[in-house]
Design a protein around this ligand. Structure first.
Ligand code: UDP
Ligand code: MG
Length: 137
């Protein structure tokens, strides 16, 4: 079954600094995810900590927050049929070593932490994450 959804994508610092934003956005568009809104920003460590608070008990949390706040990022609202799962498929596995051929993380990811993109993992979290970055309800 198809349902029209929105999801949040982040082009992380490792991809942004290698000027991969346009290439990554072209993959979304080619796969029928439209970019409703986008913005470039450089968040603080406190903002990264709030965004990633579901991971606060994980051993990699502090490093993750340092990383996401280490440089400019681009945040995108993607919209399309089954946008949440479609974006996750296009991203590939968290660790680029395990990401399928042709996925964004397989093409561009450097390591499990510098893995180029974030994508919401559920419709509910997509709403929370879009609201976090775009302050819309
Ligand atoms: N991460 C990490 N080390 C790990 C697992 C995750 O640095 O062992 C980072 C990685 O950048 C990942 C983010 O934490 O994208 C969030 O982890 P999650 O399990 O939610 O992966 P994702 O949803 O991004 O695939
Ligand atoms: Mg996740």
């Amino acid at each position: 079954m198809s349902s029209l959804e929105q999801t949040l994508s982040i082009i992380k610092p490792d991809a942004y600094e290698r000027n991969l934003s346009e290439k990554i956005k072209a993959i979304f568009i080619k796969n029928n995810l439209s970019i409703l809104k986008s913005k470039k920003l450089h968040i603080s460590k406190d903002e990264a900590a709030e965004f990633y608070k579901v991971h606060q008990s994980k051993p990699f949390y502090d490093q993750l927050c340092n990383y996401l706040s280490s440089g400019p990022i681009e945040v995108l609202i993607l919209e399309g049929d089954n946008a949440v799962s479609k974006n996750r498929e296009l991203m590939g596995a968290t660790d680029p070593k395990n990401a399928k051929d042709g996925t964004i993380r397989h093409l561009y990811g450097i390591s499990i932490d510098k893995n180029s993109v974030h994508g919401s993992d559920s419709v509910e979290n997509a709403k929370i994450e879009i609201n976090f970055f775009f302050k819309i309800s």
